[in-house]
Design a protein around this ligand. Structure first.
Ligand SMILES: C[S@@+](CC[C@H](N)C(=O)[O-])C[C@H]1O[C@@H](n2cnc3c(N)ncnc32)[C@H](O)[C@@H]1O
Length: 285
């Protein structure tokens, strides 16, 4: 990375006179996009910009590229390079699942129900769930993801947030643990291949193995429910995210197997499942 710095004034003067000279018809829009992207990248308020302040040329060039992308309608998610989750800033990269706001409700459930407990997360991606749990509660996390790129990214994010999650790169279903956990949490792959509700952005930008699971999207969830039993303490809990159309089919599967409660996301859809294995007769509709 180039660490050379230049004042915003000087950089913009050079850049805008180049754009005005070579492509005058897009110059005004380009300048607008540049300013918007600058504010986004450096997370500052318009009123606080000091135009004589110096910035990294590498970052400013990235902002110029983002602004050209905006003109062409090209997505800038990965050029921006970060995403907020649970009020914490996470580095993101193509090839690792970008955390989504829907998943914050899963973190709420864990934080509200557990204090000083040991938890395991299946499929950590950027580390968002486990890092948020350790940041906002005294629980300790172990987290597993089979994607080696996720390990690098989650480790970087963990250093930034000063947490102590144990990240493991492995297929979860190949692992054996000697310890038992108080809870398991996961935002697993739960989409059926070919689902027409999946947006083009998700299809093109989220990793395939983070999204899809056979058996109407439920194979991974069912496997977690079967195997989680051996991993949890007798009073242990499991918290799983699932798709907004999967509640009824999930309920059919869960009846008489486990004790379960559905929880809603902020849009009022049932999206999270809380499971325990004790006292199976407690099941309510
Ligand atoms: C939907 S993403 C969730 C990522 C992150 N927890 C989040 O919510 O932003 C699912 C994750 O599960 C991981 N995964 C898929 N199959 C796995 C397996 N068999 N063992 C471990 N991780 C797996 C994927 O690599 C992906 O990072």
């Amino acid at each position: 990375m180039n660490n050379q710095k230049i004042s915003l004034n000087k950089y913009l003067d050079n850049l805008l006179s180049f754009v005005r000279k070579n492509t005058p018809d897009i110059a005004q829009k380009f300048e607008y996009y540049f300013k918007q992207n600058f504010l986004k990248m450096f997370e500052i308020n318009y009123l606080n910009i000091k135009t004589n302040e110096e910035f990294d040329i590498y970052e400013l060039n990235k902002i110029a590229e983002m602004s050209y992308n905006d003109l062409k309608g090209i997505d800038n998610t990965f050029l921006l390079g970060f995403r907020y989750f649970y009020n914490l800033k996470f580095k993101i990269e193509k090839g690792v699942f970008v955390p989504q706001p829907d998943t914050e409700g899963l973190v709420d459930l864990v934080i509200n129900n557990h204090k000083n407990h040991k938890g395991i997360e299946v499929g950590f991606g950027t580390g968002a769930i486990s890092i948020a749990i350790e940041t906002y509660s005294p629980n300790k996390m172990v987290a597993v993801d089979k994607n080696p790129k996720a390990f690098m990214l989650a480790t970087e994010n963990q250093i930034k947030h000063n947490t102590s999650v144990t990240f493991i790169t492995e297929d979860f279903f190949d692992l054996e643990f000697e310890t038992k956990f108080d809870f398991l949490v996961s935002n697993p792959p739960y989409i059926q291949e070919g689902d027409k509700d999946v947006s083009e952005w998700v299809k093109n930008n989220q990793p395939h193995e983070a999204l899809y699971s056979p058996d109407h999207g439920l194979k991974f969830i069912k496997q977690l429910i079967e195997e989680g039993r051996n991993l949890l303490k007798p009073k242990g809990k499991m918290y799983l995210e699932f798709g907004w159309k999967q509640r009824d089919v999930l309920e059919k599967y869960l009846k008489d197997k486990v004790v379960y409660t559905f929880h809603k996301d902020i849009n009022g859809n049932d999206r999270y499942l809380e499971i325990s294995y004790e006292n199976i007769k407690k099941n309510q509709k």
